[in-house]
Ligand binder design. Structure first.
Ligand code: NAP
Length: 358
């Protein structure tokens, strides 16, 4: 597989590379890249044939969008690139200010119509373009009705300001509800889900992946290397390697758990069998999962990026996939139990009946 083996994202005509360039690292910050380093990463991704770039209004306080817009303009590639950005998180105040008593503007976050219009206009200005190819709801706000979100984003598609929209970090039921409302009303619906998905984060397999497949939404895993953990550069006995996870982890709980170290050990064994890096094996695994349309790759440097892109041509054997699957299997849970082969056989008189979206 190469980055030019394009595929449709979900049930849409949006044609994307199997790896999407994540740009959360573009811009200042503890684990970010300055403008020159970010440009080099962007150029290397384009040189490899990649056509899909993902940013967000919140990344580096808007600097990521500014960089991406500049690089697209300088490379005159706007017509070739699928440009994705996101709205939802509130940029009007430092989240750390919660303990300092300073209040932000509630209309500068969430998925209400008022904020979506504000956020989109600000993103278009920073990106220096007049349309977004794929506009993401970055996070479910738990407040705005699905009807309002479908109406607002569908109207923006019809107005030509965005070509498609999609959801990140939301309950599966919410995505299904929005997709159903859109289908019943014959209006544009969501075409993809962006979810944390890796060998050490497989919770989304129970509800989200089946929901995405049923509704024709392509799955895009984020943090496929668990923020760098699955590269193997941190060691169980010494986690002090320089990298994103050596400081405060912005994604909450530590990746350094006994279970995750065991998963990494299997990844390392299989990397040795292929004479490849653990990062490449972890990426090859997630790219091979059902429902996955395009995987977000994060890189701070060109060598990280090119190393990760090289994962696209790895074919894991059935035995290797089984070892990786078994060692990293998520705790069953209620829904996973319902979908088990044993239950299906109990229902269909001992037959392994396949559903259309299995
Ligand atoms: N929707 C969401 O809520 C959400 C959340 C997170 C991310 N995302 C998207 O997903 C993209 C990817 O996420 P991510 O950056 O967390 O992905 P990731 O692949 O899990 O982590 C990337 C980080 O791992 C390290 N790394 C990557 N390749 C390496 C290699 N070959 N060797 C050593 N270290 C390596 C680098 O950090 P260091 O060198 O600093 O250690 C790099 O910044 C983001 O850019 C963003 O577009 C979306």
């Amino acid at each position: 597989m190469s980055l030019t083996q394009y595929r449709a994202l979900g049930r849409s005509g949006l044609v994307v590379s199997p790896m999407c360039l994540g740009t959360m690292t573009f811009g200042p910050g503890d684990w970010g890249a300055d403008e020159a380093a970010s440009r080099a990463v962007f150029d290397a991704y384009r040189d490899a044939g990649g056509n899909f770039v993902d940013t967000a209004d919140i990344y580096s306080g808007g600097a990521s969008e500014v960089f991406v817009g500049k690089f697209i303009k300088q490379s005159q590639s706007r017509d070739q690139i699928v440009l994705a950005t996101k709205f939802g998180f509130n940029g009007s105040r430092n989240p750390l200010a919660a303990t300092q008593g300073t209040a932000g503007n509630p209309h500068a976050g969430g998925a209400g119509s008022k904020n979506i219009h504000r956020a989109l206009d600000a993103s278009l200005a920073r990106l220096g373009t007049d349309y977004i190819d794929l506009y993401w709801m970055h996070i479910w706000d738990g407040v705005t009705p699905a009807e309002e979100i479908v109406q607002t984003l569908g109207d923006l598609v019809r107005a030509g300001k965005i070509r498609h929209y999609a959801f990140s970090d939301m309950p599966a039921w919410f995505a299904t509800k929005a997709a159903t409302i859109a289908a019943e009303r014959r209006v544009p619906g969501p075409i993809a889900m962006q979810l944390e998905y890796s060998l050490v984060a497989r919770d989304v397999e129970a509800e989200h992946i089946p929901s995405a497949r049923d509704a024709g939404m392509g799955v895009m895993p984020w943090s496929p290397l668990a923020g760098g953990f699955l590269t193997g550069k941190y060691r169980r006995e010494d986690t002090a390697a320089t990298g994103r996870l050596s400081g405060a982890n912005p994604f909450g709980d530590s990746k350094f758990t006994a279970r995750n170290w065991d998963i990494l050990a299997t990844v390392k064994d299989i990397a040795a069998e292929h004479d490849r890096t653990p990062a490449q094996i972890a990426l090859a695994w997630v790219m091979a999962q059902r429902g996955v349309a395009s995987t977000l790759i994060g890189a701070r440097t060109v060598s990280q990026l090119t190393g990760n892109i090289a994962a696209a041509d790895i074919r894991l054997t059935a035995d290797q996939i089984t070892r990786l699957d078994q060692g990293s299997a998520p705790a069953g849970g209620f829904t996973a139990g319902l979908a088990s082969p044993m239950i299906r056989r109990m229902i269909y008189g001992g037959h392994d009946v396949a559903g259309w979206s299995d």
